[in-house]
Design a protein around this ligand. Structure first.
Ligand code: SF4
Length: 335
């Protein structure tokens, strides 16, 4: 956990100040190895720590009902900024910023940006403290830097797995985007939702690469998925039981629309959407995902049946054109 700032001193101070009896500690997958260390700090500060060991991929998954079941009076959530409305239990968010240098990755990204001058800069919460440094490097290379401030995230320029508002906000002004961060998912999301060339500068690997071939592959695969689902008669509509991923109204609306179009639709509520969970319903020909959009992108090849986003289901029904879907955003959850 050397790579992330776990803010141990603040954690201790928060526990001493708030004096909870039971603390429910939640960490995303990559940070879970630090849980025993953080639990000891909580315990030394005078509270009983319990570690949530279920998967967690975002602040959308705040474990409020689980914490209440355990009688916890404080949740400590690592790795993300607030996302869900929650008036039920106090939550301490620790952003877990990465303690790594971005210089090398940026230096490797610059040649890929050579043909463009107007650059949109985006990153995840783990590198937001390096944002000014990234801006300076781009400016020193003669670029004009655009940073979106769309209000839906805590910081300007920040993107999450399902919120690319800060990229979309400046998309019309820029020629290309630079995403600073690890993995390929966020950068693909930027490319998909803006349609602009996107370069990824990965400070963990100290590497840079364009992402647009991956984005094109995803588009082909999504298009194939919609075509395949056109034959489907029986749909399963996935409703997430995770606090910030539950879009019940969207699910009910798409059920009604499918039924109006002579399809059958069954509502399926679940916490974890996995290929195995969906395989338990062999009579369903295709699924509409109203839960985490990441599933339909990252994992699509592992699902044996088409798994569509809401907007893709509207394209399938002829209620939205493919072009309109690209313009309005890929994922489509509205509620
Ligand atoms: S991409 Fe999925 S896991 Fe990440 S914040 Fe959005 S809903 Fe949550």
């Amino acid at each position: 956990m050397m790579h992330f700032n776990l803010e141990e001193t603040r954690l201790k101070e928060e526990i001493k100040k708030r004096k909870p009896k039971i603390v429910f500690l939640q960490l995303p997958e990559g940070l879970k190895p630090a849980a025993p260390h953080l639990a000891s700090i909580v315990e030394e500060a005078g509270a009983l720590p319990i570690v949530s060991s279920d998967p967690c991929y975002g602040a959308c998954d705040l474990p409020i009902s689980e914490a209440k079941l355990l009688d916890a009076d404080l949740i400590v959530h690592y790795g993300h900024t607030p996302m869900t409305l929650n008036n039920e239990l106090p939550v301490v968010y620790v952003e877990a910023k990465a303690k790594i240098n971005i210089k090398e990755a940026l230096a490797k990204a610059l040649p890929f940006l050579e043909s463009w001058n107007k650059i949109g800069l985006v990153t995840t919460i783990q590198h937001i403290h390096k944002f000014d440094e990234a801006k300076k490097i781009l400016k020193a290379a003669g670029k004009t830097v655009f940073v979106g401030n769309a209000d839906s995230t805590k910081h300007p320029g920040q993107v999450t797995g399902c919120d690319f508002g800060n990229a979309q906000a400046v998309s019309e002004d820029v020629e290309a985007f630079l995403f600073v961060g690890g993995g390929r998912f966020h950068a693909i999301g930027v490319a998909l939702t803006t349609g602009k060339p996107t370069i990824i500068a990965d400070p963990y690997e100290e590497l840079a690469s364009p992402i647009n071939d991956d984005a094109r592959r995803v588009i082909m695969q999504r298009w194939g998925n919609i075509s395949e689902a056109k034959e489907a008669k029986n749909f399963g509509i996935l409703i997430s039981l995770k606090t910030g991923q539950m879009h019940l109204r969207d699910a009910l609306e798409i059920k009604e629309k499918l039924e109006r179009n002579r399809r059958k639709a069954t509502l399926l509520a679940l916490r974890e959407v996995t290929p195995n969970a969906l395989m338990q319903f062999p009579s369903l020909d295709a699924f509409v995902n109203t839960a985490c959009p990441r599933l339909s992108l990252d994992d699509a090849p592992n699902y044996s049946k088409p798994l569509l986003y809401l907007n893709e289901a509207l394209v399938l029904l002829g209620e939205m054109t493919w072009e309109e879907m690209l313009r309005r955003g890929w994922f489509g959850n509205a509620t």
